[in-house]
Design a binder for this molecule. Sequence first.
Ligand SMILES: NC(=O)c1ccc[n+]([C@@H]2O[C@H](COP(=O)([O-])OP(=O)(O)OC[C@H]3O[C@@H](n4cnc5c(N)ncnc54)[C@H](OP(=O)(O)O)[C@@H]3O)[C@@H](O)[C@H]2O)c1
Length: 293
Amino acid sequence: MTSHEGRSLIVVTGATGNIGRSLVGRLLADGAAVRALTRDPARAGLPAGAETVGADLTGADDLASLLAGADALFLNLAAGGEQAATAVLDAAVRAGVRRVVLNSSMAVTDTPADDTHFIARLHAGLERAVRDSGLEWTFVRGGNYATNALAWAPSIRESGVVREAHPGAQGVPVHEADLADVAAVALLDRSGAHLGKAYVVTGPERMTLARQVAEIAAATGREIRVEQISEEEAAEAMSGRYLTREAALELVRMFGRTVDAPPFPVSDAVERVTGRPGRTFARWARDHAADFS
Ligand SMILES: NC(=O)c1ccc[n+]([C@@H]2O[C@H](COP(=O)([O-])OP(=O)(O)OC[C@H]3O[C@@H](n4cnc5c(N)ncnc54)[C@H](OP(=O)(O)O)[C@@H]3O)[C@@H](O)[C@H]2O)c1
């Protein structure tokens, strides 16, 4: 890798997000220089050690200057969507960035099924663009983010209730800090061991949504009741600017199928890549207790 005042310079998209904020801290702790991208540097609250730069990646910002001098890029689809991610990737190639770590999804399976589900299709398309870019790459195929439980925070705070269509739905929730740690290792690695790898990253244990609620109750000391609602009501509550009602219903039905059939195995990628076991959901709930109080 080249250097920025003697250190690798990593550009982090979505730097104030769940993964991004954790990643910025981790990269700085590992001695890297970090250019953290956010639409609003004044409100970002990122560490002073990072170079925090304002950029709306869906707008006409000067992408070349955002990537100038960088060694590697953490690319997150959440930072402006598909077109923005593709534009940042192209700009990275033009700027001479060597490596990209893509925040992808375990929905991508490298089978024809990738064309049938919208989440897989979206991430698989971006993976293809990365493979075709000629850059060194690593994919972090996470899924079932523990942070999805933050959607319960308003109703827990207001009434101590979680409303779900399928409280028995099973998942393997992963802590954002583990996704960030895997990404950091891949971004900074000098051995080449992580190049061309697509890591399926899960949490360390399978559990139902009801059990996640119980862990949040334990971490916050609150009594939390789970109320079962219809799939249609759940889809209505989930849909919004980025998710149509139809897509939300597809997701709710997909969760429903996991009640009887666990969707994916527990992966040991966090431990293999970082050398440390993945953080439990109980730990996540303690880390986020303030969000539910
Ligand atoms: N949830 C899951 O279970 C799951 C599973 C598999 C994959 N994923 C992937 O993970 C992604 C979410 O990652 P995350 O949780 O770290 O994201 P996040 O917390 O939603 O953070 C996204 C960040 O992107 C920034 N951003 C938004 N719009 C932008 C724009 N127009 N220009 C520049 N920056 C913009 C925002 O920062 P500012 O407001 O500071 O600009 C925001 O903090 C999903 O999009 C998906 O691709 C999620």
